[in-house]
Ligand binder design. Structure first.
Ligand code: M1P
Length: 233
């Protein structure tokens, strides 16, 4: 059995470090089980969040929604993605159009195989992040922007993950692409398993590939994940 975990919202609060006692417990779990990580985020952010011991101990670490793979810390592959100029123009228009009043910089972040877009900007503080998150829950801005990107560019996909941003990549280059790499049974833990969420493609691939004995756990927070793992052990 392979246990696969999303990071933000599943092992940690979004863009935060893992809770210390959960990290100790999880390290032990990784040491005794086959564990893969898959994040929408890049390698440096994931290591900052889960710590290098867990990141290196995990059998595989897929970054940028599966567009980059590390095995035992060694880069196996990465895809390139350059944001089309017209889509960049649309993101800049979103920045002007958004009714959210604050901007803190780093709004369009290039990653290997993906782009991360945030109206508030990735340079915001934790407090500013929480403010945007609460505002977005009420106004559903990220959902609307993701929908518009997909409508205008049928070769692109845009999904909501985390609290302040959306991930954009070529259609099909979503988290679901890792399912073909998994031989046998697996269990996936994620907080964005509903349509439009960045974990949803994994659910879709389980169904499309008729993967028997594989299941997903929709968690609300890392505490849910911890409780589920205790019950598995
Ligand atoms: O995994 C999806 C995203 O999760 C976090 O998003 P946010 O900053 O919006 O909370 C970040 O780790 C981001 O890099 C990642 O793409």
């Amino acid at each position: 059995m392979i246990y696969i975990f999303d990071v933000d919202g599943t092992l940690t609060e979004s863009r935060n470090k893992m809770d210390l006692s959960f990290a100790q417990f999880f390290y032990d779990f990784v040491d005794h089980n086959r564990v893969w990580l898959i994040s929408g985020s890049d390698k440096d952010k994931t290591i900052e969040q889960v710590g290098s011991a867990i990141w290196l101990k995990a059998e595989r670490c897929y970054q940028n929604s599966g567009n980059q793979l590390f095995i035992n810390g060694k880069l196996e592959y990465q895809y390139e993605f350059n944001l089309p100029t017209q889509c960049k123009g649309l993101l800049e228009m979103f920045l002007e159009r958004s009714k959210y009043p604050y901007r803190y910089g780093n709004h369009i972040e290039k990653r290997d195989g993906a782009i991360n877009f945030s109206t508030i900007g990735r340079n915001c503080t934790q407090e500013q992040r929480e403010h945007y998150d609460a505002w977005d829950k009420e106004h559903q801005e990220r959902k609307e922007f993701a929908w518009e990107i997909k409508e205008r560019f049928n070769f692109l996909d845009a999904v909501v993950g985390g609290e302040i941003s959306i991930d954009i990549y070529e259609k099909g280059r979503d988290k679901g692409q890792i399912v073909k790499d998994i031989k046998g049974k697996f269990e996936f833990f994620g907080d964005r398993l509903l349509p439009g969420g960045n974990d949803f493609p994994i659910e879709q691939q389980i169904i499309a590939q008729k993967r028997k004995g594989c299941k997903t756990h929709h968690v609300e927070s890392w505490k849910d994940t911890e409780n589920l793992l205790h019950s598995i052990i």
